[in-house]
Design a protein around this ligand. Structure first.
Ligand SMILES: [Zn+2]
Length: 148
């Protein structure tokens, strides 16, 4: 090869199909919202309150490879804020209750909604990540969990 001939690198763009079933986006989100495996809809997503199982016990999809990180709390805060804040303003405008009444209503509601929605939202996030092909083994992540 001539020294002046440019070397052209051609990236490998062949898509490798995952070994597990990838449903449509709506199905993956719905199954995740139900805290079921987004891939098969049979197995569980969680082992505990928020700990994602390493693999689906029904189909073997590597759900633990979905590193949702801060996305589920972000989505939960966004959603709960858009539910609680308008309700708070509507109650204030209609009844002008004392501050302790506001606190007695909105603090438990905010905590309850947050704790109740975080789990299904995290399940849906795992479903979204499965659909988008964002499943990465822990050893490919720059900051692997010490327990993984
Ligand atoms: Zn499964």
């Amino acid at each position: 090869m001539d020294q002046n001939t440019p070397v052209v690198w051609t990236p490998n763009r062949t898509e490798v199909a995952p070994a597990w079933h990838v449903p449509t986006l709506g199905v993956a989100l719905w199954r995740g919202l139900q805290c079921k495996c987004p891939s098969c809809g049979e197995g569980k997503v969680f082992n505990g309150y928020l700990r994602v199982v390493d693999e689906c016990d029904h189909c073997g999809a590597p759900l633990g490879s979905a590193r949702a990180d801060d996305a589920p709390p972000y989505f939960t805060i966004f959603l709960v804020g858009h539910i609680v804040i308008p309700l708070m303003f509507m109650v204030e405008r209609a009844y002008q209750p004392a501050l302790w009444v506001h606190a007695a209503i909105w603090l438990p509601l905010t905590i309850g909604l947050s704790l109740g929605l975080l789990r299904p939202i995290k399940g849906a996030t795992v479903g979204l990540m499965l659909k988008l092909g964002m499943m990465k083994p822990a050893d490919e992540m720059p900051l692997a969990r010490p327990d993984a």
